[in-house]
Write a protein that binds this ligand. Structure first.
Ligand SMILES: O=P(O)(O)OC[C@H]1O[C@](O)(COP(=O)(O)O)[C@@H](O)[C@@H]1O
Ligand SMILES: [Mg+2]
Ligand SMILES: [Mg+2]
Length: 342
């Protein structure tokens, strides 16, 4: 039987043998993974744990919060604030940053998370997840503000997600490829089940919310139309479609067997760049996707190059198999050029 490698062993190896991560970052990742285990337990209890349903409150983005959104947020904060590895945290569910209280030591990292991704799937027993991104506080004077978080995704020290599905899987990058760990419920440990994850360059599977079709920009419409014509069209092949409506689950499928995921800008709210959030949804997923050989853009620009200007900034997202993302991005760039010449 092959040797079982735990998350701790994997991280120690990354730290000691390869020198890829400092001890504080290792501790941070282990604590996030432990928090995800607690969230997984709450998710699994469902109705029995009285964790389903709405919490009768709204987050800063005007979205109705589910009980699990709030529980997961609290679990992540409680787990992380005392360890001495963090300066502050930011979350989809909090208006502004949560600075590590004075009674605890301050560390040099900044943690961002979407505590519960795929909220509309909680009550219907479909895969959901937690997404996280880690930055280093560049300015090392005492005190921390939202400005410290305003770093492009390419500066992430680590990123990952945990998907609560038929299996509970933690997917991680520290900038040295992507590794997947499956939760062994009997021993309570994360076991390395795949390393050097690699996304096929080509795909025949797309993920997009088709109900928004009439609102899309022409390049997105063009790309999907071509997929739908299939063999008879310019692509010369038939495409399949999947849309879980939990980004974690859709990205997990793409990391596993390839595909393209899009949540593009649409004309219903023209001033809103997209639905998904840059700092704790798009950036960590873009980091994972690129580390697995894929590509992630907002249509015209690499997502991880975007300079954020606010914590809850939104962004248009196109990510997955390299050749498909490149194609959609080219369609956008051609469109920009056409409009500028008109
Ligand atoms: O309901 P829609 O429009 O299909 O949107 C689904 C998308 O919204 C999200 O659920 C947004 O995330 P939250 O649940 O964390 O707000 C993504 O996970 C998913 O891809
Ligand atoms: Mg989300
Ligand atoms: Mg969420």
């Amino acid at each position: 039987m092959p040797k079982r490698i735990s998350l701790t062993q994997y991280l120690v190896e990354q730290q000691r043998e390869h020198g890829h991560i400092p001890a504080q970052l290792r501790l941070l990742i282990e604590i996030v993974a432990r928090a995800c285990k607690r969230i997984a337990i709450a998710v699994n209890k469902g109705e029995l744990g009285e964790v389903l349903g709405s919490a009768d409150s709204e987050n800063v983005q005007g979205e109705v919060q589910k009980k699990l959104d709030i529980i997961s947020n609290e679990v992540l904060i409680e787990a992380n604030e005392w360890g001495g590895h963090l300066a502050a945290m930011a979350s989809e569910e909090m208006d502004t940053i949560h600075v590590v209280p004075n009674r605890y030591p301050q560390g040099e990292y900044l943690l961002m998370f979407d505590p519960l991704d795929g909220s509309s799937n909680i009550d219907v027993n479909v895969s959901i997840g937690t997404i996280f991104s880690v930055l280093r506080k560049v300015n090392n004077t005492r005190g921390v503000s939202e400005d410290d978080f305003m770093q492009p995704g390419k500066q992430q020290a680590a990123a990952g997600y945990c998907v609560y599905g038929p299996q509970t899987t933690l997917v991680l990058t520290v900038g040295q490829g992507v590794a997947m760990f499956t939760l062994d419920r009997e021993t309570g440990s994360w076991v390395l089940t795949q390393k050097d994850v690699s996304i096929p360059e080509d795909t025949k599977e797309f993920a997009i919310n088709m109900s928004n079709m009439r609102h899309w920009a022409p390049p997105v419409k063009r790309y999907i139309d071509e997929c739908l014509i299939g063999k008879e069209g310019p692509r010369g092949k038939d495409f399949n479609m999947r849309w879980v409506a939990s980004m974690v689950a859709d990205v997990h499928r793409i990391l596993t067997r390839g595909g393209i995921f899009m949540y593009p800008w649409d004309k219903r709210e023209p001033n809103k760049p997209g639905k998904l959030r840059l700092m704790y949804e798009a950036n960590p997923m873009a980091f994972l996707i690129e580390q697995a050989g894929g590509m992630a853009t907002n249509g015209t620009q690499r997502i991880m190059d975007i300079q954020p200007t606010k914590l809850h900034e939104r962004v248009s997202v196109i990510l997955g198999s390299r050749n498909e993302v490149r194609r959609v991005t080219e369609y956008h760039l051609e469109d920009v050029e056409k409009t500028s010449q008109a």
